[in-house]
Write a protein that binds this ligand. Structure first.
Ligand SMILES: *[C@@H]1O[C@H](CO)[C@@H](O)[C@H](O)[C@H]1NC(C)=O
Length: 243
């Protein structure tokens, strides 16, 4: 095997003769699951808030629900939380702590990708990596495609300094082995998910998270200092991340 270190410090591996038994080499720009970001105790949660967790209408959370240090969880029923509900309990506090640790780890990451054309993610197809947004990011009623490039362990980490906003009917779609458990929106202020948006990924917001009518998510919503507010939403925690 030949290894070359480029002047920018990146290590490139040129593979040797491929045999049936060759080990699979990870491409250096691909961020692997759990390294550095893992959700730990929070991964079984559909939604966890610091202050209040409020639902209006027929929200369904497949997974756990909680608040810490707040203790107010309202709207269940008619909302449904299929897992454990922890209002200020030990389980919720462990989940909040896990979210904070994932958030802080992510904040320390360097960008692995060239700058995107704008802060609008709509219509883009991206490979695993760390993508930085000096201000806000949005998906404008269109689809963001995350391409796992056949690496099911590749992580997609969006480091957004201020807000994440999706317009109505926005979508995040996974292809080629990408997994929702490996998608992270790290939001420096608050996230607002538009009506009927179909989101995929863990949304970790410094302040609060609001989903409008009929939006859905696969992953965990973590509000680190504020509320999670839901209206007729469908949330599914990604408890299993396959390798
Ligand atoms: C929730 O969904 C029901 C049924 O579709 C709808 O009638 C209601 O207006 C929705 N609630 C809100 C606040 O949008």
């Amino acid at each position: 095997m030949k290894c070359t270190i480029f002047s920018n410090g990146r290590l490139a591996l040129f593979a040797l003769a491929i045999t049936q038994f060759s080990p699979i080499l990870a491409h250096p720009s691909i961020v692997e699951r759990g390294s550095p970001i893992a959700l730990g105790a929070a991964k079984t949660y559909g939604a966890i808030a610091a202050t209040t967790l409020t639902s209006t209408g027929n929200t369904r959370i497949t997974g756990d629900c909680g608040t810490c240090p707040g203790t107010s969880i309202t709207g269940f029923l008619p909302g449904v939380c299929t897992g454990t509900t922890s209002a200020g309990g030990k389980a919720a506090c462990a989940a909040e702590a896990a979210c904070l640790s994932a958030y802080n780890n992510a904040r320390g990451l360097a960008s692995t990708a060239t700058a995107l054309p704008s802060s609008d993610l709509a219509g883009l197809a991206l490979a695993p990596g760390v993508y930085k947004f000096p201000t806000a990011a949005a998906t404008n009623s269109a689809t963001l495609t995350l391409n796992g490039a056949k690496n099911t362990m590749g992580q997609f980490i969006f480091l957004i300094d201020t807000t994440l906003t999706t317009a109505g009917s926005s979508k995040v779609v996974l292809i080629n082995g990408a997994q929702a458990c490996n998608v992270y929106f790290i939001v420096g202020s608050s996230a607002t998910i538009g009506e009927s948006s179909a989101m995929t990924g863990n949304i970790l917001a410094h302040t609060s998270i609001g989903l409008t009518n009929a939006a859905s998510n696969k992953g965990t919503l973590c509000a680190l200092n504020g509320a999670v507010t839901l209206i007729n939403n469908s949330l599914t925690a990604q408890t299993v991340c396959s390798s």
